[in-house]
Write a protein of this length. Sequence first.
Length: 322
Amino acid sequence: MSSRSSRSLHGGRHELGQNFLHHRPTIDLILELVRRTDGPLLELGAGDGALTVPLSRLGRPLTAVELDEHRAARLARRLPEVRVLQRDALRVRLDAETIVGNVPFHLTTPILRRLLEHGGPPRSAHATGRDQGSQRSGDRPRGDDRRHGDGWRDALLLVQWEVARKRAGVGGGTLMGALAAPWFEFALHGRVPASGFRPMPSVDGGVLSIHRRESPLLPASERRGYEAFVRAAFTGRGRGLAQILGRVSDRQHAGTGGTSRPPGAPHDRTREPARPGARPRGAGPREPALVRTALRAAGIGPQALPRDLAPAQWVMLWQRLS
Ligand SMILES: C[S@@+](CC[C@H](N)C(=O)[O-])C[C@H]1O[C@@H](n2cnc3c(N)ncnc32)[C@H](O)[C@@H]1O
């Protein structure tokens, strides 16, 4: 049996989300967006190279990650100038300046989560062969490389259309978007018909870009507290933000339920600087007048819901109420 028809050890076409892109306008669009970025490239889910081939012509260092061992081997033979890693995209270091991928649709959310959690300070150095095994050197997949830290700046992803819209905040903000907003910008660039993939998936795709802000709207040291505040607002009860935030206590704001750590921030929360004039942690619900003033200052109506807020409004609310 030829390698073209062999089933991967990691699963068949369906399990691996192998819907290969052949929609020329989308390939051109992704390439155009990549041209607007700098530095080394990391492609997740390279498959048969629909994007890898044109990316390899940009003259930038390119690492292509593909879990299917047959496809990875074939791509490495076809494109000797590309560093092909037969690896799990959920475990490789995200250490190139620009991440690109027509990603398997079932992995969209974990890939996005990882990108947002690991979007640390940019690094100019490209991953070295010492750090990660390459297909050419014959290395096999190894353990999680995240310990090294990640430093991507731009991500251009082809994901399900609805996910792309949601992440870009079309039709209302989401918890994930609000959590990421002070550090990342999302944009939607176009819709890809399902017929643009082979085999055809059940839904259309969408091109989503994520840019790590050069000037974050909040310092990294506030990320934990900010995230706890946003989570509390999204999950709190009430008919509008005035009511919801009035019921959110300082204990919730302080991040007792938060899980993620800001890029480069200390693990130990006791080392975070206290805001001047901050109320003691664990204090009870907020004064309604204080909440209303903060909402008014941020241009938010008392009946507005968390999904209605823009990034700058979340930041302003957090700064006023924290
Ligand atoms: C939607 S296809 C895209 C292929 C190619 N980039 C294209 O546009 O035609 C996704 C690719 O990701 C690969 N893949 C699936 N799970 C993976 C994982 N965990 N890590 C890396 N690649 C994976 C699949 O084998 C498949 O080749």
